[in-house]
Design a protein around this ligand. Structure first.
Ligand code: GDP
Ligand code: MG
Length: 288
């Protein structure tokens, strides 16, 4: 299968629900063989779950790496380390195959193409931990910040919060995807500027379906109505999904390969020729 995308979920709430939402939303509902009631098990370790989607007649494999509650502990020091280690281990696997003399025609690729970072809908500021985490990881993976559970905010609160988060990300020097420095030309820049101004996407997740105007939709039922996950008037899940698996899929992979992996590779080859057996401990430096 040519198309293959890996997404990593990290801190914050609503991760597993959003994994289910991605797999069950419009795109995947058209694909064959998906048991509607299948549920992704609760995560206690870093675990990859794959599902084949069909998009415009082309099959693609979407693999989501769901991570348990890092950062939800009392002591969150270095909580990015297991995630950083996981990302680097995938680079290391790829590198080992690449330098192999009997190189495979197609190297199995499990590199993480993007990392969705879930910001809690507090309406306040980003936590120090959020800033630290994104900053650490932004040099080894494409970070896409999203505001989770955005149905808990009013429209005004959501707009204000998005604006504040954008400002804080900028002040914190966090380069999220699509990174300005990798815009290829003016057209690319103007397209990406629009996206950057709309980020972080305020999403809502659900794996439950309800009947709305004669159609079954994914949604959250509340005392005052149904929040429709895929309705762009209700939240930005559809925007996020299209961005991830339609408009920017190829670019996410290219930036991963040409920038993040290349940085890792250069560093490893400089270290020791890159051909010696390496223990996993050597690969988990988080300041890469
Ligand atoms: P995880 O621990 O990050 O994987 O979070 P879960 O997906 O298990 O969700 C934790 C809780 O938040 C569950 O009770 C979900 O039903 C709820 N939840 C998940 N997504 C949303 C959302 O978009 N809006 C609201 N209001 N609740 C959500
Ligand atoms: Mg979970």
């Amino acid at each position: 299968m040519k198309k293959n995308i890996f997404i990593l979920f990290t801190l914050g709430l609503g991760k597993s629900t959003l994994v289910n939402t991605l797999f069950k939303s419009q795109v995947s509902r058209r694909s064959a063989g998906w048991a509607r009631d299948e549920k992704i098990p609760k995560t206690i370790e870093i675990k990859a779950v794959s599902h084949v989607l069909e998009e415009g007649g082309v099959k693609m494999k979407l693999t989501v790496v769901d991570t348990p509650g890092f950062g939800d502990q009392i002591n969150n020091d270095n909580c990015w380390e297991p995630i950083s280690k996981y990302i680097n281990e995938q680079y290391e696997k790829f590198l080992k195959e690449e330098v192999n003399i009997t190189r495979k025609k197609r190297i199995p690729d499990t590199r993480v193409h993007c990392c969705l970072y879930f910001i809690s809908p507090t309406g306040h500021s980003l936590r120090q931990l959020d800033v630290e985490f994104m900053k650490r990881l932004s040099h080894s993976v494409n970070i896409i910040p999203v505001i989770a559970k955005s149905d808990t905010m009013t429209i005004e609160e959501r707009q204000e919060f998005k604006q504040r988060v954008r400002k804080e990300l900028e002040m914190g020097g966090i380069e999220f995807y699509p990174q300005k420095e990798f815009d290829e030309d003016m057209e690319d820049k103007s397209d990406n500027d629009k996206i950057r101004e709309a980020m972080p996407f305020a999403v809502v997740g659900s794996d439950k379906e309800y009947q709305v105007n004669g159609k079954r939709v994914l949604g959250r039922k509340t005392a005052w109505g149904i929040v429709e996950v895929e309705n762009p008037n209700h939240c930005e899940f559809a925007l996020l999904r299209d961005f991830l698996i339609r408009s920017h899929l190829q670019d996410l992979k290219e930036v991963t390969h040409n920038i993040h992996y290349e940085t890792y590779r250069a560093k490893r080859l400089n270290e020791n020729g890159g051909l010696h057996p390496i223990s996993t401990n050597d690969t988990q430096e988080s300041n890469l």
